[in-house]
Design a protein around this ligand. Structure first.
Ligand SMILES: [Zn+2]
Length: 67
């Protein structure tokens, strides 16, 4: 898999049973999800870990706030 930004080779990491990809050249970070094969860009490692830790996107109310 190559970086979608700069086409360098991505490094792969296992995160809580899923897979994340990181480009050391441009800082691109993506995670793969179960029903998709394309990596999804996320905000930061911290956000990625938080998302995995909470088991998905169920805590998005903290980010969106209003309803
Ligand atoms: Zn890159």
């Amino acid at each position: 898999m190559d970086c979608p930004r700069c086409e360098s080779a991505l490094d792969r990491y296992a995160l809580f049973g899923k897979e994340a990809v990181l480009c050391e050249d441009c800082g691109y970070l993506g995670v793969t999800v179960d029903h998709e094969s394309e990596p999804r860009e996320v905000e930061s490692w911290e956000a990625a870990f938080e998302r995995f830790r909470e088991g998905g996107e169920e805590r998005r109310e903290e980010r969106e706030g209003t309803s």
